[in-house]
Design a protein around this ligand. Sequence first.
Ligand SMILES: *[C@@H]1O[C@H](CO)[C@@H](O)[C@H](O)[C@H]1NC(C)=O
Ligand SMILES: *[C@@H]1O[C@H](CO)[C@@H](O)[C@H](O)[C@H]1NC(C)=O
Ligand SMILES: *[C@@H]1O[C@H](CO)[C@@H](O)[C@H](O)[C@H]1NC(C)=O
Ligand SMILES: *[C@@H]1O[C@H](CO)[C@@H](O)[C@H](O)[C@H]1NC(C)=O
Ligand SMILES: *[C@@H]1O[C@H](CO)[C@@H](O)[C@H](O)[C@H]1NC(C)=O
Ligand SMILES: *[C@@H]1O[C@H](CO)[C@@H](O)[C@H](O)[C@H]1NC(C)=O
Length: 280
Amino acid sequence: MELITLYYLCFICFIYVLRGKSDLPCLKRSCKLSKDKTTAKCSGLEYIPKIPSSVVKLILEKNSLFHISMDTFQNVSDNNLTSLAFIDNSIKVLTSDAFHNMKYLKYLEISHEKKLNISYLKMSFKSLNKQVMDTVNFINNGWTMLPMDLFSDFRNYTLEKIMFNDNTFLTFNGSLMSEFSEIHQLSIERNELVFLNASGLHSVIKLILSANNMFEIPNFCADEAGQSLVPKLSRLDMTDNAIRKLRPSSFKCLHNLKKLTLDKNRLMILENRIFPVLQT
Ligand SMILES: *[C@@H]1O[C@H](CO)[C@@H](O)[C@H](O)[C@H]1NC(C)=O
Ligand SMILES: *[C@@H]1O[C@H](CO)[C@@H](O)[C@H](O)[C@H]1NC(C)=O
Ligand SMILES: *[C@@H]1O[C@H](CO)[C@@H](O)[C@H](O)[C@H]1NC(C)=O
Ligand SMILES: *[C@@H]1O[C@H](CO)[C@@H](O)[C@H](O)[C@H]1NC(C)=O
Ligand SMILES: *[C@@H]1O[C@H](CO)[C@@H](O)[C@H](O)[C@H]1NC(C)=O
Ligand SMILES: *[C@@H]1O[C@H](CO)[C@@H](O)[C@H](O)[C@H]1NC(C)=O
């Protein structure tokens, strides 16, 4: 009886291979491929499976991957992944060699990983290829604070985007970002921010702070004389906060600002002569 079942299963697999439907037909249930076969999304596994050689973007969602090290990626070591997303896999540990073989990785996402100790995440940054890294996306990990040395391995590197959306920060200490040579966009959306210390954000070009609880424009001045903490900042988005009042001094040190978005605030008072300051 069992032999017949086995025979039947092998036959099915064989037919699939013959018809060339997929490189790895038997993985179909746990991994889904995009039409162009460059993206795979795998779920319900306890390991990272082999995926077709055309895949360069891997999304791991709702697997049981508690401990991630360099060895965890053995099955995908020939894929030259450029994009890797972990979403809700109950990760607890990331080792410092985890990304050692990911020489081409540009995008790293860690989302809904509430069991991950950030100290391990910080250690895993050691093995990222910072030359090619472009975007880090940390969504809804239940974070309330970040270790001050989180990005110390990124000293003098540039990132296109850093995102911390849907966490629960009350304050954000910009010093965390001071090591970067340039950050095109820093997003801290849908947190509970009431205070942002802009000291350290000197390399940020776009700052997105929408859907928080900020009741004033953060202080962007380094000193009384009007030296800016954010000389590169060209776009500031504070949509959906609790800002009530704008003062001329609110914009005093935003020398390079081109676009400001303040929709969905509680603006009642606009003091005179606010915007001439902005234009100079
Ligand atoms: C590689 O995939 C196989 C199944 O194809 C699995 O049994 C094995 O555990 C995987 N290796 C690693 C290191 O996850
Ligand atoms: C991955 O990169 C290596 C070295 O750059 C190359 O030899 C190999 O063919 C690439 N693999 C794939 C699947 O593109
Ligand atoms: C996180 O890991 C660090 C270093 O291994 C350890 O000192 C710290 O206690 C851990 N934190 C939690 C909440 O487990
Ligand atoms: C980073 O850049 C600064 C200024 O350009 C330089 O003084 C410093 O040595 C660099 N640090 C590293 C670790 O490369
Ligand atoms: C922000 O970080 C800097 C540098 O680590 C530290 O000196 C400062 O006390 C921090 N500020 C707050 C409000 O945590
Ligand atoms: C902001 O952080 C800097 C250093 O990181 C610190 O010197 C300064 O006092 C902080 N400002 C406020 C208002 O907390």
